[in-house]
Design a protein around this ligand. Sequence first.
Ligand code: ZN
Ligand code: ZN
Length: 392
Amino acid sequence: MPKRDYYEVLGLPRSAGPDEIRTAYRRLARQFHPDLNKDNPKAAEEKFKELSEAYEVLVDPAKRERYDRGGFAGVEQDFSPGGFAWSDFRHAQDVEDLLRDNDFLRQFFQQGAAGDLLGSLFGGGFTTRAAPARGRDLELSLSVKLSDLLEETTREVEILRTEKCPACGGNGAEGGTALETCRDCGGQGQVRRTRSRGPAQVISIMECPTCHGTGRVVLERCSVCGGTGRKQVPRHLKIRIPPGLEDGTVLRLAGEGEPGSGSRRGDLYVHVQVEDEPTFHREGRNLSSELSISLSQALLGAQVKVPTLKGKALLTIPPGTQPEATLRLRGEGLPPPGGGARGDYLVTVHVQLPTPLSSAQREGVRQLFGAPEEPPAREERGRGGLFGRRKG
Ligand SMILES: [Zn+2]
Ligand SMILES: [Zn+2]
């Protein structure tokens, strides 16, 4: 299906104001009625998605401007990689009541593939009218260094989150002025419609289309939030990083997500990545690294400074240390997740032989250790040597 122009989808001229956009979306969304769509729910979903995508862009002043200037490519950044997905529908709260009041839309989305997505979008509860929907969850990635994990640390981050519009204080009216009583329904939220049917008069009571049943109207919509009363603003948060945290841990900050229709916000999920360090290898609580020492350090012993997570520590190399021996610095590792006694720091030593030797040095080695007689009979000894083959 070729992508249709958003204004065309909503049946609006390019000069349409926010009110017209809202009204058009509500009117078109109401058309998703069982009698019209029962044979082809999949097509109905596609149509509703197309409509919602158009609404999402045109009702948002920033997205609308990008679309007016750059077409579909201008708003590509606002959507998931494959294009508009239900999770990209940020203006769900505008139409939440609409979905709640429309049995078909409700059942359709509860059963359909979009059900889970919309369910989480609106808090999953369509069952009771009174239950306010919980807000959407937010996600964030964060990377920390190994040295940040020695004790509890705090990281300050900035997220974009929907808050009460600072210009109108959340009521959607320009300058935050008081809402007016709806003139069409006198503040009742309901209107009577009288129709003539032959000689009879049919009176029906319906929700006031002007105030959508609230009885109050905004005379002049807030120019900052377009009348939604909400605005995405940068928000600083402090995130507590517990000691000893494992790579890939997900921290949950309850109630720090997007606002819902009531007071319940969604949660914020922080994915924490522990940066790889070239010096240290981590294995649970223990750290390890490698160290080159000289032959005389191995033979005579020494004290060597080695890097640790907190700076440097003195490592004692005992006299007669064998090549590839592992030395242990107790308590220089990491604490276990959540805190506790720190693990150890294991250092594997590589002994560097001095080369090449001068003739005087060679003479010295002969005097110290004697001249080599034959090459070491490694193979024979490995099999049991002089005592013949081992059985078994
Ligand atoms: Zn506002
Ligand atoms: Zn009204």
